[in-house]
Design a protein around this ligand. Structure first.
Ligand SMILES: C[S@@+](CC[C@H](N)C(=O)[O-])C[C@H]1O[C@@H](n2cnc3c(N)ncnc32)[C@H](O)[C@@H]1O
Length: 211
């Protein structure tokens, strides 16, 4: 595809073709100097528009969503099921996962439209969908001391069979400390991860990490 695009548009200075593996490419060091050069009066952001293979899409979401200093929006064609799962921030569903907390921490996702499988050739076994993520700037991220510690807590919260937080977070604090933290943020001591929205996870984390 790069060859075709180069043949057709290679003579224009408005297009630069880079053939790299996105998971290995140093996005910031490539884009930031270019955007700074363009930002005379106001800060400029790049946009991501991508039709990547479905099997690398989650890796790309995880890699690029925290780059709100580089990108303003990311529009992806994903497997319909994945797009629905990522865009739906509602709790209490079996599909609620740490990736939902991650997506809403760094962006505002929106399911745009379904793309039926008949639109592709060869026809895949699944439908696609377009989803957009409006990336937040660092100043708009929920206030947690350390992103690493926050997501480590979220991942642990979803571990374990029964998933009651007072059990699954026991490696961080005692059950009674977890119960006290849950009560102080207005949740039941028997709460499970599917009872918590992003803001609840943030408040729980901040309670458990304050000394
Ligand atoms: C579904 S095709 C889409 C092709 C074209 N963009 C289009 O919309 O018709 C997926 C494309 O993603 C490229 N691709 C796959 N893995 C990639 C990666 N890790 N980094 C960058 N590109 C990748 C493939 O080379 C392929 O061209």
């Amino acid at each position: 595809m790069a060859t075709l695009v180069n043949d057709r548009f290679g003579s224009t200075e408005q297009l630069k073709i880079i053939e790299e593996d996105i998971t290995k490419f140093n996005v910031r060091s490539h884009f930031l100097p270019f955007l700074e050069e363009k930002s005379r009066h106001s800060k400029k952001y790049a946009k991501v528009v991508s039709n990547l293979p479905f099997n690398v899409s989650t890796d790309v979401v995880k890699l690029l969503l925290p780059m709100g200093d580089v990108f303003s929006v990311m529009v992806l064609l994903l497997q319909d099921e994945t797009a629905l799962r990522l865009a739906d921030a509602s709790i209490q569903t079996p599909e609620y996962r740490p990736i939902n907390v991650f997506v809403n921490f760094y962006s505002e996702p929106e399911y745009k439209l379904k793309v039926e499988r008949t639109n592709f050739f060869p026809q895949p076994k699944v439908d696609g969908a377009v989803i957009s993520f409006k990336l937040k700037n660092a100043g708009d991220y929920p206030p947690v001391g350390s992103h690493k510690s926050f997501f480590s807590m979220v991942n642990s919260a979803f571990n374990g069979k029964r998933k009651m937080l007072r059990k699954s977070l026991q490696h961080l604090c005692s059950s009674s400390e977890i119960e006290a933290a849950l009560t102080s943020i207005g949740l039941l001591v028997t709460a499970r991860p599917s009872d918590l929205v992003l803001d609840d996870f943030v408040r729980l984390h901040n309670h458990l990490t304050k000394t």
